[in-house]
Design a protein around this ligand. Structure first.
Ligand code: COA
Length: 477
């Protein structure tokens, strides 16, 4: 009898709490309606810029990403204020924690530089209790982001149908190597995407083999595409009230970045590509876009020229663009004033077959000064050019530090390290760049604060083995 009374009391308390929450919601809705303009949107904030919170405050991401492509996407969203909960395999975590390790027993820079500003929770997604926790997380999060091999998420039981039924508002965003088609089941890494997306065949020198680039256009490039897709899906959800799937294939992402080469492929049908140095050298074009060395992609011919010190410094070079409107200034600065009026040089068309010779002359001039002196001199005349900066120079560049593009953060086991902050600057949302989490650092915090588990329940979950690595199997003698 006493038990029943207690249970009733508990129920009444719970209902009271629920309706209290309802009241809060309703009254806050009324308040925001009062604050709203006629179009239902809030009135402009009176707070000074940068003090009205962050752009993605209130957005919660269930981050199932690993390696590079997915983590770049969720890190960017975290920088903009999203609460990113990174789910990692107990005992192991994201494989990159241990890859390319420079400091013994500390998370690698590979991991730390791609997972800043996130929280880490370890869950064995194949353990029944783990599945239960994941389902609760799905209910409370807005977006699930993953870049597992094709089929892996389904094998965890997290099919689109299941997720959509559990939380119809959830957006499920995935990176895969290829879209639907002959290669859709393949596992893919960065360089495979660079090759399949048309970048490698068009990068390098004509006489040499295809080349991959240092910029991670397959991984980080696709992560960027995914972030944009997520934002669009969130915006659409405001209208439809429902989530959707967002898919970015790495091949597609690379092709999108290499679109000027697909442009050139089609131009080939109408004649040679006259801005490629190969044209000036009299070498016929084949059936596909060739590698163009350091020719510039646009209609303004460019090349890399040596600067003073190139014999010992592999980065003592300058990218120089012979932009047509400043041709006169170029001629004056390099000491060839007659080229301004000489019909052999005066027009862009006349110059195209002589680009190699023109850049050789420019190089003769740039070799008399270092790349920074050259940059200063040419920019005084509005001539577009750029020094080839080494990563050492970039790491030490103070202007990048002061804009928050390069940020130093402190880490409990590795100490201070540099990371790339948010390259997208929002005037009302300062970037939130924090160190990466240790493996499972926020497991208890997330179970308690996000999912509302009590201490006893957390202890029970821990005992179940859902948060720890399965015991190692004894080796047969
Ligand atoms: N608990 C239990 N199991 C987990 C887990 C967790 N928390 N997190 C991951 N796993 C399991 C997965 O379920 C999967 O198991 P299954 O294949 O038995 O179902 C397994 O870990 C490994 O996943 P997978 O994605 O296949 O890893 P991989 O190391 O073999 O392959 C890639 C790595 C990057 C090649 C592959 O994930 C891929 O092609 N991803 C898509 C493209 C991409 O993003 N590539 C760029 C990466 S930078």
């Amino acid at each position: 009898m006493a038990k029943r009374k207690k249970a009733k009391k508990r129920r009444t308390k719970a209902t009271a709490k629920k309706s209290a929450r309802k009241v809060v919601r309703l009254s806050s809705a009324r308040k925001s309606a009062k604050k709203a303009n006629g179009n239902g949107l809030p009135r402009p904030s009176n707070k000074p810029y940068g003090q009205a919170g962050r752009a993605l405050d209130g957005l919660r991401i269930l981050d199932f990403t690993h390696v590079q492509s997915g983590p770049t996407c969720t890190q960017l969203l975290a920088y903009m204020g999203a609460d990113v909960l990174k789910v990692e395999r107990p005992g192991a975590g994201d494989i990159t924690r241990g890859q390319l390790r420079d400091v013994p027993n500390a998370d690698s820079l590979y991991f730390t530089m791609l997972n800043g500003s996130k929280r880490s929770i370890t869950i064995d997604s194949k353990h029944p209790k783990g599945t239960e926790i994941l389902n609760r997380l799905i209910k409370t999060c807005d977006v699930l982001v993953e870049n597992f091999a094709p089929g892996a998420l389904d094998r965890m039981g997290l099919t689109w149908e299941h997720i959509h039924k559990t939380n119809p508002r959830m957006i499920v965003a995935s990176v895969k190597g290829f879209g639907p088609g002959p290669y859709e089941d393949c596992k893919v890494y960065e360089n495979v995407a660079q090759c399949a997306g048309g970048s490698a065949s068009t990068t390098g020198f004509r006489e040499g083999p295809p080349l991959v680039t240092g910029a991670q256009i397959g991984d980080s490039g696709t992560g960027l595409h995914l972030a944009l897709g997520i934002m669009a899906a969130l915006y659409q959800r405001n209208r439809t009230g429902r989530g959707q799937k967002v898919l970015c294939a790495m091949q597609d992402g690379v092709l999108n970045l290499a679109r000027v080469k697909l442009r050139d492929q089609q131009r080939l049908a109408h004649g040679p590509l006259t801005e490629y140095s190969q044209y000036g050298e009299g070498i016929p074009f084949g059936i596909a876009v060739p590698r163009a060395g350091n020719d510039s992609g646009g209609g303004q011919p460019g090349w890399i020229v040596k600067c003073k010190g190139w014999e010992n410094d592999p980065d003592a070079y300058l990218y120089f663009i012979t932009q047509a409107p400043v041709w006169g200034a170029i001629c004056d600065v390099i000491g060839e004033p007659t080229w301004k009026t000489d019909p052999e040089y005066a027009t862009p068309k006349a110059r195209l077959p002589k680009l190699k010779q023109i850049f050789a002359r420019i190089e003769q001039f740039t070799m008399t000064m270092d790349k920074f002196e050259a940059m200063d001199l040419f920019n005084k005349h509005d001539i577009p050019c750029g020094p080839i900066l080494s990563m050492k120079e970039i790491a030490e560049e103070q202007s990048l530090r002061s804009t928050g593009t390069v940020v130093e953060v402190d880490h409990p086991t590795r100490g201070k390290y540099l990371t790339v902050g948010n390259p997208i600057k929002l005037s009302d949302s300062p970037a939130d760049v924090r160190r990466s989490p240790l493996l499972g650092e926020h497991t208890d915090e997330i179970l308690k604060d996000v999912l509302g588990f009590k201490a006893a329940e957390i202890a029970e979950i821990k005992n179940s083995g859902a948060l720890s690595a399965p015991p190692k199997k004894e080796k047969a003698a």
